[in-house]
Design a binder for this molecule. Structure first.
Ligand SMILES: NC(=O)c1ccc[n+]([C@@H]2O[C@H](COP(=O)([O-])OP(=O)(O)OC[C@H]3O[C@@H](n4cnc5c(N)ncnc54)[C@H](OP(=O)(O)O)[C@@H]3O)[C@@H](O)[C@H]2O)c1
Length: 336
């Protein structure tokens, strides 16, 4: 089979595709014939050795993939050769065959292409953890999503809107505002000021105007961090919850405990990875739900480009260079 065996950390375009031995099904794992790979920012960090966890080379990087089952390893029930699946592994997705632990493999409906499933895997599961498991969003709730046209942000808007919430998306351009509205946001607010004080004032004022009263938001899903996190806190109303998804701005903010106390607020994290180990039943339910939404056309994976397998590393470089809108997916069977 072909794949990207990383022998030393380096910039994406320093890594080459090579031939390697076929995999054998390992106990407790599902062996997958990989058809599509979803590319994520953490993949670009991982190949450079800049991700929070640094596996010792040589290893095959890559996390989101989709295809069909080749074989189930010893002790695995519920998956048979030929089954359509989607998986999120820690490493190993950048290859024609992927060995996925049982807790990270999910059945994929016929109506969801491998490209859409691989493109949606991390972002929709992260959004599910934030919107459903952590925030507990219900119909009628007022929800603000920052970075609402980004991967996780657009997925969070779609999930909250499908639950019947009133969603306001925060974005930085009219093009991104349009994407947020297409995802189901009732309003998309364009906030470009990155300075904390003016951003806080504009954020709070515009969110209140969007809903026409002073009650503020019940939930803020924050993917950006930094000044956006501080602004999001100020837009919360009574018993509001701010869910931390990530820090796309690169700035990790601090919340003042007295502000949380006096305003009756809750700030919580939404890390996806730990949920595969600690709350697998919830992740299984969530994956089945959002795959169903994709199958019924009630949500979109927002795949904007599909690359041939030998252009994968260029795709990671494009992500680093911020040249990508929507999701990049790799067609494992295609060559440039
Ligand atoms: N909790 C988890 O388990 C988990 C899982 C996956 C990802 N994450 C994290 O969540 C964050 C969002 O991930 P994503 O995949 O949605 O990213 P993404 O697709 O790149 O979207 C991030 C959005 O953040 C906004 N942004 C603001 N300042 C930015 C800056 N300086 N650089 C880049 N973007 C900036 C951009 O929107 P505007 O231009 O409209 O402001 C962009 O659309 C990242 O920090 C990622 O590491 C966490």
């Amino acid at each position: 089979m072909h794949g990207y065996l990383l022998t030393a950390y380096g910039p994406p375009t320093s890594h080459r595709m090579s031939e390697m031995p076929d995999l054998k099904p390992a106990p407790g794992h599902v062996l997958i014939r990989n058809e599509a790979i979803g590319l994520n920012y953490p993949d670009a960090l991982m190949v450079q050795g800049k991700y929070q966890k640094r596996p010792e080379p040589p290893f095959v990087p890559g996390r989101d993939c989709a295809g069909t089952v080749i074989a189930a390893g010893e002790g695995v029930e519920g998956f048979n050769p030929g089954d359509r699946v989607v998986a999120q592994v820690f490493t190993g997705a950048f290859a024609e065959q992927v060995q996925a632990p049982l807790n990270r493999v999910f059945a994929r409906p016929a109506a969801v292409s491998s490209a859409d499933a691989a493109g949606a895997m991390t972002v929709f599961n992260t959004a599910y953890v934030a919107v459903v498991i952590r925030a507990g969003v219900k119909a009628g709730d007022r929800v603000v999503v920052t970075g609402a046209a980004g991967g996780v942000g657009a997925a969070a808007v779609q999930l909250a809107a499908n639950l019947g919430a009133h969603v306001v998306g925060i974005v930085s351009s009219e093009e991104k505002a349009e994407l947020a509205r297409q995802s189901g946001a009732e309003k998309a607010l364009i906030l470009t000021d990155r300075e904390e004080e003016p951003l806080k004032a504009a954020f709070k004022d515009q969110v209140r105007r969007a809903w026409g009263d002073d009650r503020g938001a019940q939930v803020v899903i924050d993917t950006v961090g930094g000044a956006m996190f501080q602004a999001g806190l100020r837009a919360l109303g009574f018993a509001g919850k701010l869910v931390i998804v990530g820090f796309a701005s690169g700035e990790i903010p601090a919340a003042k405990a007295n502000y949380l106390l006096y305003n009756n607020l809750c700030v919580m994290g939404a890390p996806l990875d730990i949920h595969f180990d600690e709350a697998l039943d919830q992740i299984r339910a969530g994956t089945a739900w959002w795959l169903g939404l994709l199958a019924e056309g009630k949500a979109r994976a927002n795949v904007t480009a599909t690359l041939p397998f030998d252009r994968l590393m260029q795709g990671l470089q494009d992500i680093l260079d911020r040249r990508v809108t929507g999701k990049l997916v790799v067609d494992v069977g295609a060559r440039a």
